[in-house]
Each structure stands twice: as structure tokens, then as C-alpha cells.
Design a protein around this ligand. Structure first.
Ligand SMILES: [Zn+2]
Length: 264
């Protein structure tokens, strides 16, 4: 058997293998990820059907776990029945987090009030079940930090972090972990690379957000977990650390927040 290298540890903490564009070629996507050293993946739900699919993929695929939740874009239409089903899904083996939930005041596809209500209900569910929460936040950083400061949930991931260094420091002080991915490669990426440089190592996670946020320089139309080494490389350069160290630290952080610690 080939001896595992440190880069085999890479953990994609946010991908949507449950998205139809990736689902139709799932075995190949997972194979390419493993071939690139991405041995662990968290598949995140964005509505009820995608949460069901996430749980199903996690049940069938080694090294893949899932989160269940409804994206803030859909907050307007999420009701009691949906939260009841999320609770049932969250009890399944391999479902390790609640999300993605959050606030998106950039696209405002649901009213701000509805987004806040849905976020609170996801936080309630996570607290009840003792699970971490995965947050989506766009153009609402101060509002999000306000919610977190008021509620103090025990375990939170701020995915696709794109706030300022001040936001990141406040998030870290509140115990949050921040996920970084393709945004590091885009316009404004230098500011984000500075954030990555400033954050304590134990607050950083790597993610692709596949099929979205294709890193600049990656091939293909859709992003996929196999592109995660590009992100690890950028984070390593920003922090002036070895890529193996970044791979190991961020995977350890992921195992900690998802409670997969037992040397799996
Ligand atoms: Zn997402």
C-alpha cells in the first residue's frame, strides 16, 4: 500500500457534490478528488432535496460527510415541516453539521426578516442536537457577527469568508472557524490573503464550494474538490508555511469542528 503523504489529508469542508452538475458524474468527481489528495469532503445542503441527497451521498461514500440546511436564498419558503425533516435528517449517520444557513444581503432573494428567522431556527436546531453550524454570509458581516455575539453558538464555520481583517479577528475571538477557497484567487483576493495571513492557524479551513467559485487558473466550467490543492498552495504562500503544514493544520481543524478526531 502506498504510504499516505501529508497532502492526502486535504479536507474540503464545503462542497456541493449534491448539486445536479456534480451529481451526474459523482464517482469520477470523488475519484479525481482522491487522486489529488483530497481524501475527505463535507457535502453541504442548500434546500431540502439537496440536504436529502447530501445525507445519501455521505451514507454511501467513504471519507464523505454531510450537512443539512436551507440556504438564506430560500429562507422565505422554509417552514415548520422543513425544520422537522432537517431534524430527522440530522440524526442520520454521517450527518455532522447544520447548514448552510446565514444571511445574504447582496442578492436579497428572501427578505432580511425571513433570513434572520431561518438563521435563528437553524441555530436552535444545531444547539438542540449539539452540532456545528455552517454559515453563508454575503454583504452582511456586521449583522452576522451581531447574531453570533448575541447567541454564542458553540461551534460555527463561516464558509467562503470574504470579510475584512477586522471581521475575521472578531469572528476568531467569538470562536468561529473561517473557510477559504476560490475567492482568494479573484479580484480583491489580496485583501483576503492578508486575512488568511493574520488569522491564527487553528481558525482556518479550506474549501472549494464546488461547483461554484472555480479558482482562477483552474480548468473546466465547474469547480470540484480536486481543485483544493490550489487553495492549499495559496494559503501556504500567504502564510509563508509549507503546503503540507497547511494541509495538516486545516484538516485537523476540520476534524475538530466536525468531531472526527479519532485519527480517522
Ligand atoms: Zn455552499
Amino acid at each position: 500500500m502506498r504510504r499516505a503523504s501529508a497532502s492526502d489529508l486535504l479536507f474540503d469542508t464545503h462542497c456541493h457534490l449534491n448539486h445536479p452538475r456534480l451529481l451526474q458524474q459523482l464517482p469520477a468527481v470523488v475519484d479525481r478528488a482522491r487522486g489529488a489528495g483530497v481524501s475527505r469532503m463535507m457535502v453541504v445542503g442548500y434546500d431540502l432535496p439537496s440536504s436529502r441527497r447530501a445525507a445519501g451521498i455521505a451514507a454511501e461514500t467513504t471519507g464523505v460527510w454531510s450537512a443539512v440546511g436551507v440556504h438564506p436564498h430560500e429562507a422565505e419558503s422554509v417552514g415548520d415541516g422543513d425544520f422537522a425533516e432537517l431534524r430527522v435528517l440530522a440524526a442520520l449517520g454521517g450527518v455532522l453539521a447544520i447548514g448552510e444557513t446565514g444571511l445574504d444581503f447582496y442578492r436579497n432573494l428572501s427578505s432580511r426578516e425571513a433570513q434572520h428567522r431561518a438563521l435563528e431556527r437553524h441555530l436552535d436546531l444545531a444547539e438542540d442536537l449539539g452540532l456545528p453550524v455552517i454559515l453563508h454570509c454575503r454583504s452582511a458581516q456586521d449583522e452576522m457577527l451581531g447574531v453570533i455575539a448575541a447567541r454564542r453558538p458553540s461551534s460555527v464555520i463561516w464558509h467562503a469568508f470574504d470579510g475584512s481583517e477586522a471581521h475575521a479577528r472578531r469572528a476568531a475571538d467569538l470562536g468561529l472557524l473561517c473557510g477559504f477557497g476560490g475567492l482568494l484567487t479573484r479580484k480583491g483576493g489580496e485583501g483576503l490573503r492578508q486575512v488568511v495571513r493574520a488569522l491564527p492557524a487553528d481558525r482556518i479551513l479550506l474549501e472549494t464550494d464546488s461547483p461554484y467559485l472555480l479558482p482562477r487558473g483552474a480548468s473546466g466550467r465547474d469547480n470540484e474538490p480536486a481543485n483544493l490543492p490550489m487553495i492549499a498552495q495559496i494559503v501556504a504562500e500567504a502564510r509563508d508555511e509549507a503546503v503540507t503544514e497547511v494541509a495538516e493544520t486545516t484538516a485537523t481543524n476540520a476534524c475538530g469542528v466536525f468531531r472526527l478526531c479519532e485519527g480517522s
